[in-house]
Ligand binder design. Structure first.
Ligand code: NAD
Ligand code: ZN
Ligand code: ZN
Length: 385
């Protein structure tokens, strides 16, 4: 079959590889019908998460069941399903506590309580390096899905791939960013990053009762999409002092909730890069720090942008002085997905309005290129095997 394979930093090619086959009794093999490129894939593409051997990428995918393992009872050939990105066994301590991205059984080699950069990681993730289980991903014609009955969700008749594809990751991720802040209704929510995850967090903020939603991004074309699709206010850090602007918009106090939907690969000045080199830091945590500044006293900062390494000079004094609540991490897709499916089915939210490019899988390398370099007004690339 054909698949998008990571070879080395900046080098993703569509190769001919072996078809996947049933390996565990609970597996299914999917014929992939749609799969997307995620900002998280860029961390592998850019070398922030090391991967030493070739690997099929892709953790946002859906398709039609082609073959089922001997223990699979509820799924059959021909069922159309979406697949949450974390691989969760459904039976361990963490799965039983709705903490699926910490599953104890899906990442046997590198799992552990430490949470280090190169060991003691969490659950397995599809197409996300050997550190996260070494699973072949879904940017391919076929994919093996483990613990399938616990994880996959059937797609109701009449719904298109594009309507439901983002239930695999980015809508639950945007939803988690807001859910963690426990809105009571009427809050001002400032969301840093208006990429696919930020756009989903904007939708989630309205649905969970925000009164005001502010999107921040240096790319005007992404802010234009945010305004048009999600009816939010926008700020471009190249044009205004974002912290000042947010305080002005909130009687000098700051936003009730700030969301970091950017992560370690935020845009950086040359000075930022020099500082990071001197401190031997990878990427930057500057957006997280901006959130601590822009949030009001007693407010909440949630972080779904990915961070993979430690940072010195962490502003612990500000967090203490302002008495902030902070919550970060991977999204528990399996916790939210059924509720979010209902929201889509009942037309409470539209997810496919962020797709700017739908291209054949065979052009994956071009897809990565335009998504990474923000060319051709690219926001979200869907690949069709
Ligand atoms: P993306 O790269 O398309 O979006 C990032 C956006 O941040 C871009 O639009 C960029 O212009 C903007 N940005 C850069 N510097 C900024 C700054 N200083 N201030 C404001 N905006 C800035 O990626 P994405 O797909 O939207 O993903 C965003 C992040 O979410 C990534 O780190 C990704 O790995 C992470 N993610 C996390 C989870 C999770 O479970 N926690 C799931 C999916 C994605
Ligand atoms: Zn993703
Ligand atoms: Zn588990």
């Amino acid at each position: 079959m054909k698949a998008a394979v990571f070879h080395k930093i900046g080098d993703i090619r569509v190769d001919t590889v072996d078809d996947p086959r049933i390996e565990m009794k609970g597996d299914v093999i999917l014929k992939v019908t749609s799969t997307a490129i995620c900002g998280s894939d860029l961390h592998i593409y850019d070398g922030f998460f090391p991967q030493l051997r070739n690997q099929i990428l892709g953790h946002e995918f859906m398709g039609v069941v082609e073959e089922v393992g001997p223990n699979v009872k509820d799924l059959k050939k021909g069922d159309r399903v979406v697949v949450p990105f974390p691989v969760a066994c459904g039976g361990c301590f963490f799965c039983n506590n709705d903490l699926h991205t910490h599953c104890e059984n899906s990442n046997p080699e590198f799992y552990g309580p430490e949470g280090n950069m190169l060991n003691g990681k969490g659950a397995g993730l599809y197409g996300y390096t050997d550190l996260y289980g070494g699973y072949a991903g879904g940017q391919a014609e076929y994919a093996r899905v483990q613990y399938s009955e616990f994880n996959v969700r059937k797609v109701p008749e009449g719904m298109t791939d594009e309507q439901v594809l983002f239930l695999t990751d980015i809508f639950p991720t945007g939803w988690a960013a807001i859910d963690w802040a426990n809105l009571k209704g009427g809050e001002t929510v400032a969301i840093f990053g208006s990429g696919p995850v930020g756009l989903m967090a904007q939708k989630a903020a309205w649905l969970q009762g925000a009164k005001r939603v502010i999107a921040i991004d240096p790319l005007d074309y992404r802010l234009d999409m945010a305004k048009k699709n999600n009816n939010v206010e926008t700020l471009n850090p190249h044009k205004v002092d974002v912290i000042e602007a947010i305080r002005e918009m909130t009687s000098g106090r700051g936003a009730d909730v700030c969301v970091d939907a950017v992560g370690t690969e935020a845009e950086r000045s040359t000075m930022d890069k020099v500082k990071a080199t001197l401190l031997m830091e990878k990427g930057t945590n500057k957006v997280m720090e901006m959130c601590f500044e822009a949030v009001r006293r007693g407010g909440t900062v949630t972080v779904v942008g990915v961070y993979g390494s430690p940072y010195n000079n962490f502003p612990v004094h500000r967090i203490f002085d302002k008495g902030l609540t902070i919550k970060m991490g991977q999204a528990m897709v399996q916790r939210y997905i059924d509720h979010l499916f209902d929201l889509v089915k009942n037309e409470k939210v539209v997810l496919n309005d962020i797709i700017t490019h739908e291209i054949p899988l065979i052009e994956a390398s071009h897809g990565y290129d335009i998504f990474k370099h923000k060319q051709d007004d690219c926001v979200k690339v869907v690949l069709k095997p």
